[in-house]
Design a protein around this ligand. Sequence first.
Ligand code: CA
Length: 266
Amino acid sequence: MSDALGLSSNTGAGSQGPNHGSKENRSSRILVVEDEEAIAQGLVFNLRRKGYEVELEIDGAKALETARNQPWDLIVLDVQLPKIDGFQICQQLRIDGIFTAILVLTARDQPDDIVYGLKNGADDYMVKPFDLAELLARVEGLLRRAEWSRTHAPESSTAADPTDTSDARFEFGDFWVDFKTWQAKTRSGVVELSRKELAVLKVFTEKPNQVVTRRELLERVWELPNHPNTRVVDNVIVALRKSFEESSWRPRHIHSVRGVGYRFVP
Ligand code: CA
């Protein structure tokens, strides 16, 4: 097993897990996505021995589902997988607003692929065959960083956090939105908005009557400033207009600024 991974390090049998004594007192949860059996088994065995809670998926479609539907602290993601490849999984998770740390394992060491993968939302990558000791160190580093940004993000991030507001309720026209309860008065009564709808409205209400570009929305709501696909933004706008506009062709509040983005008129 160890030989398949090209490692010879002592991973410290009997050593305490990395979370031993932590205030949360819970193991970090790691999803391993890898279809090569020897590597998969080696990863699962060694990560569990380090004290992590580990699950394995061996096909891309199943992995995407598992990654979406359960909370993970880290995903170790192979690139070449059956059904859906690792880069697509990574990209799709980010579009869905899931920002779990991702360590990509790639057999393709061409710079183009790596750059492409990282741009699509991976946090780190390792080229196969990798050294297990180095992988475990990077896993630990990514988990530490994820924990740090969880506890520090509200101050340091420019991302629109719809729940972070001193001014909970914003009124416009016949409508209102409450950023604390996620509820809004819409054309069809009081409903609960999605996190993305709420975050887009948050950006709008911070910049009334000003042009808000799609790029700004991608950056602040999706944290994907360079994503080429602005359809995710358009979809949320369509949903918001359904809630707050009599006519999407002649909007009163959410105006389109052709080729650029939107202007919110309260
Ligand atoms: Ca593979």
